[in-house]
Write a protein that binds this ligand. Structure first.
Ligand SMILES: *Cc1c(COP(=O)(O)O)cnc(C)c1O
Length: 356
């Protein structure tokens, strides 16, 4: 038998979450964001499952788009950050990729390219994220240049929220107002909403929403259980050893956890080289044999240790869930001082993904 660490990917849950996003934004088209290998879940597999019904897919670079096209994905694909080198515009044209344009550099490349087919352009406006995009006063002129270019087949005006995951935050309302004021004069389709905005800011839905994390079953909203979302990934492994330690004995590297009482300790075949966070503290929940217990001791490269004192029947080979249906990734992320996005995208190649 091979090493038991694996990620079970529930493709039906992914489709259900996409449909849920469409229900929340019934008048918008929805770009399923599958960048970063579908947030670690496997972009080719998930895009193919959704290819018959998604309005389009969003990726971060041409490499990610090429992988999808080569696998047979036919729907529109948007390069959310556009191209990084002018040569890529040729590939984008051949593969019918829509390109983000966020800078004068990219605008010049596009104007000077010789392309077989014109490109759809997602023109990015900086409304307050302050990472990418044109400032509001520049938009009218940039838009005119794009419309005058024979390389442009159509425009979508887009922007990105910095704080949409904070439902009471006025900054999002401010970004939305600036966006609406800037684009009001133009008749182009509009796109603003990431998952948090799909869920919490219906006024921002416009023509295209861009859900990412919610498709994988994790709510981006603070304090939200995401009950209407279904987790897509179950990270699992098995117990491979069990021992009884006396009070005062320490476990693993650095002896971080010292047993306060006689303790039944289980060793699980998964570690930070699989993407489980090394900085997970003692007490981080782990589900063993369907029952919650806790991590004790520092996470090693290939293994971690759990407290089995209240699970006398859990034996070698017992299934272990690190996150999934019984243990929200958001809860593990909170223990580890990060977000589910990072947990998912850090799952390494060694972890076999199995599609169910
Ligand atoms: C990643 C990304 C999204 C999706 O964000 P989520 O928070 O995962 O929903 C949407 N739009 C852009 C431009 C992105 O880069």
């Amino acid at each position: 038998m091979s090493r038991p660490a694996c990620a079970i990917i529930d493709t039906a849950a992914f489709v259900a979450n996409y449909r849920h996003a469409k229900t929340l934004a019934p008048h918008a088209r929805a770009l399923a964001v599958v960048k970063a290998n579908a947030y670690g879940h496997g972009a080719v597999e998930l895009a193919l499952v959704l290819d018959s019904e998604a309005d389009g897919f969003g990726v971060a670079c041409t490499e990610e788009a090429v992988e999808l096209r080569e696998a047979g994905v036919t729907r529109p694909i948007v390069l959310l950050e556009g191209v990084f080198e002018p040569d890529e515009l040729m590939l984008a044209s051949q593969l019918q990729l829509a390109v983000g344009i966020h800078s004068h550099t990219q605008l010049n490349w596009l104007e000077h390219a010789q392309l077989p087919h014109p490109l759809r352009v997602w023109l990015k406006l900086d409304t307050g994220m302050h990472r990418l995009g044109f400032a509001a006063p520049e938009i009218a002129a940039v838009r005119q240049r794009l419309l005058a270019s024979t390389n442009v087949a159509g425009l979508v005006l887009m922007s990105h929220f910095a704080r949409a995951d904070e439902p009471e935050c006025r900054y999002t309302a401010h970004q939305l107002t600036l966006f609406r004021e800037t684009v009001a004069a133009h008749g182009d389709p509009l796109s603003l909403a990431n998952s948090a905005a799909v869920m919490a800011w219906p006024d921002s839905h416009c023509d295209w929403v861009r859900p990412g994390i919610m498709l994988y079953g994790s709510s981006p909203l603070a304090g939200d259980e995401g009950v209407s979302l279904r987790p897509v990934m179950r990270l699992q492994s098995r117990l491979i050893a069990i021992r009884e330690l006396a009070a005062g004995e320490a476990i693993g590297y650095g002896g971080r956890y010292v047993c306060a009482r006689p303790t039944r300790v289980g060793t699980v075949a998964i570690g930070y080289a699989d993407g489980y966070p090394r900085h997970a503290p003692d007490g981080t929940p782990v589900v063993v044999d369907g029952q919650r217990t806790r991590l004790i001791g520092r996470v090693s490269m290939d293994m971690l240790t759990v407290d089995l004192s209240d699970l006398p029947n859990a034996g070698i080979g017992a299934p272990v869930e690190l996150w999934g249906e019984n243990l929200p990734a958001n809860e593990i992320a909170a223990h580890c001082g990060t977000i589910a996005y990072e947990l998912f995208t850090r799952i390494t190649r060694r972890v076999q993904r199995r599609y169910a």
